[in-house]
Design a binder for this molecule. Sequence first.
Ligand code: FAD
Length: 355
Amino acid sequence: MKKLVLLGGGYGNMRALHRLLPNNLPEDVTITLIDRVPYHCLKTEYYALAAGTVSDQEVRVPFPEHPRLELKYGEITNIDLENKLVHLAEDEPVAYDDLIIGLGCEDKYHNIPGAKEYTHSIQNIGKARETYQTLNNLPANSVVSIVGGGLSGVELASELRESREDLVIKLFDRGKIILSAFPERVSRYVQNWFQTNGVEVINGANITRVEDRTLFNHDEPVHSDVIVWTAGIQPNRIVRDMDVEKDKQNRVVLTKYHNIPVDEHVYVVGDCASLPYAPSAQLAEGQADQIVQVLQKRWSGQELPEELPTIKLKGVLGSLGKKQGFGLMAERAITGRIARILKSGILWMYKYHNG
Ligand SMILES: Cc1cc2nc3c(=O)[nH]c(=O)nc-3n(C[C@H](O)[C@H](O)[C@H](O)COP(=O)(O)OP(=O)(O)OC[C@H]3O[C@@H](n4cnc5c(N)ncnc54)[C@H](O)[C@@H]3O)c2cc1C
């Protein structure tokens, strides 16, 4: 029997599982999935979990079941490429024949003193839960500062606004205008929403230091009862520690078949992979589709195509609370209620197909 080991049950590896199971897994292959948590987490909804507008159970999806799928729960500590072993904190090492590394990302603090120690995070489920508790235990009129006006910072600020009208919410963003990666019309729409709904947006921010309950913007102190960091990501520490070629963002450089150049049995999916697009759940899924196609061909000894097709991305959608949204679909900017309905619809479909 050949053993395929999946590290991390996030969007990438969940898609790989659903492409292989129940009927497309060759008879001589078994799968072991290893994750620290016993369910697939809907990371794209962590902003709502942290704001307290959805329950914990709503961001969990069960892993599939299959006689040749072993689910192993534990903390992965490192990957030994030479001996084909995955090391766990409190369990025996797991051997693999083929490996898909899909361990997602962590916050990046850009060497800003105090940022790691004094800010909250929504980058993994445990941290998002802690952030939820801290935010929702705050007394009235407390000040919450969110650093980073990208998609997750915007979604968190708006959701928290709807969840807690009494809080003072400040959103610090480096750019001249929020969501600088989006068309200006979208940025202006979002900035107006914040103005109308009483979220203070601080453009052109430069956070130079963080201390307990204090943020320094251009070295000026800003008192904040809670600070949430949404200002950058980097691949999981385990991947950063791997002795393989990486790009400037520390993501693993891959061949066109998504395996590392020195080993055709080791694939990297999702936020840890160096791909010509910004990391996203959608990208992780598109890449996982291709990895499964490559695996199936390699398992059955078929020749691989000269080139794999370009991964098709449908666009990006963001929420502004429960009623409004924004996004880019097929390169067209959309704002308002329709964007929010589309986003909810996509989440519903995802749960329907994966739950
Ligand atoms: C607030 C927010 C909103 C977002 N919105 C969108 C959106 O609208 N659309 C979109 O496409 N993308 C969105 N994203 C990005 C998207 O969530 C990620 O790109 C996607 O989750 C990456 O998938 P992945 O498979 O690489 O890893 P993940 O989905 O992050 O999964 C990684 C898995 O690895 C496990 N793991 C990590 N380390 C260990 C360890 N040491 N031991 C054991 N297990 C471990 C984790 O438990 C997790 O299950 C959003 C992100 C955030 C934070």
